[in-house]
Design a protein around this ligand. Structure first.
Ligand code: NAP
Length: 313
């Protein structure tokens, strides 16, 4: 089979760490171009300063992976779709719900595949958790996403700007898992956000959730904290009225059921994302799930804000 030719737009941390090796390691793809405002590239792959230049000069490259920050992505994704390319995008899919809804409509109108990835979902432990929760009712949901922003996002100014998501950027990984495995819809009941005095986005947030028919005494919530310098924690614990008790740790790579380790596989999130892209392309089907973004948007709608001390990178 002839490989799909693909271009990466935005050669930053995640593109270099994950997209490039996943594309190079998958025989169904050929890395054909890079679009980089800085003029960066990989080896001798042709590099273009603008998306328009790439779209004009390489009409035979059918796929685009957009790895820029969410703000500003709408125009790039729309241009690529309208130029007849299938598009894969990093999470969170866009700066607003309105943008991703419109992009999904454009993809449908253009008969192109749009794949809005949520990388944390691509772990076998997450799949197993989903299966085990089918048909059950949530009694307890505890998300603890505590990490050190200086360690994971050094020098990334955009995350502190309006539309940059702040702590909801990693928090969206937790919300993507929770919306994937929860056996019933979740709403944001309340939210508290801590915003550094020199930033536009939160460094800490606490959410409480409800469900359409909440169980009396249920406790459903999430804590996202970017000031955590101790042991980093990305855990989700769930208890159901049926007695299931499971914990996903290390961002969804390990699954414990009743404290017994059941799934522990090395993370292959990005190779699996590209395997799924192959399937979506073969089926001519888009995959755009806006539920994690909806929860973030709703946290902004109902949330209280508190100003906290300035953040210096
Ligand atoms: P990054 O290191 O800042 O890279 C983003 C790249 O996008 C830049 O290098 C730049 O590439 C391009 N770009 C275009 N417009 C930009 C702007 N206004 N500000 C900054 N860069 C701009 O960011 P990243 O960590 O790779 O994150 C990109 C996306 O991937 C985000 O949505 C993030 O949530 C997601 N993601 C990140 C990680 C992670 O561990 N970092 C993990 C999973 C998902 P050029 O100079 O080449 O144009």
């Amino acid at each position: 089979m002839k490989p799909h030719r693909i271009a990466i737009v935005g050669l930053g941390k995640i593109a270099i760490d994950q997209h490039v090796p996943s594309i190079l390691g998958n025989p169904y793809f050929e890395l054909a171009a890079i679009v980089s405002a800085r003029g960066a590239t990989v080896g001798d792959v042709p590099s273009f300063r603008t998306l328009d230049a790439f779209l004009t000069e390489m009409p035979d490259v059918e796929l685009v992976a957009v790895c820029t920050p969410p703000a500003g992505r709408f125009a790039l994704v729309r241009a690529a779709l309208q130029a007849g390319r299938h598009v894969l995008i990093e999470k969170p899919p866009s700066a607003t719900l309105g943008e991703i809804t419109e992009l999904a409509a454009i993809a449908a109108a253009e008969r192109r595949v749009l794949f809005a990835t949520w990388h944390s979902r691509f772990n076998p432990a997450v799949e197993e958790a989903r299966k085990r929760l089918v048909g059950q009712r949530l009694l307890r949901l505890e998300v603890n996403w505590r990490e050190d922003v200086r360690r994971w996002h050094p020098g990334q100014a955009w995350i502190w700007e309006a539309g940059g998501f702040g702590v909801f950027d990693p928090g969206s990984n937790a919300l993507s898992i929770v919306t994937d495995i929860a056996p019933e819809p979740l709403f944001v009941a309340s939210a508290k956000m801590e915003v550094p005095s020199n930033c536009q986005t939160a460094i800490g947030a606490e959410l409480t959730f409800s469900t359409p028919d909440p169980i009396e005494g249920s406790r459903l919530g999430a804590v996202f904290d970017w000031r955590w310098e101790g042991e980093q924690s990305w855990t989700i614990t769930i208890e159901t009225t049926e007695g299931t008790r499971l914990t996903l740790t290390e961002g969804g790579t390990k699954l414990f059921v009743d404290d017994v380790l059941l799934v522990d596989e090395p993370s292959r999130e990005y190779p699996r994302i590209y395997e799924r892209f192959v399937t979506l392309l073969a089926e001519g089907r888009s995959d755009v799930d806006t539920r994690p973004l909806q929860l973030i948007a709703d946290a902004f709608l109902v949330g209280e804000r508190k100003q906290v001390e300035a953040f210096e990178d």
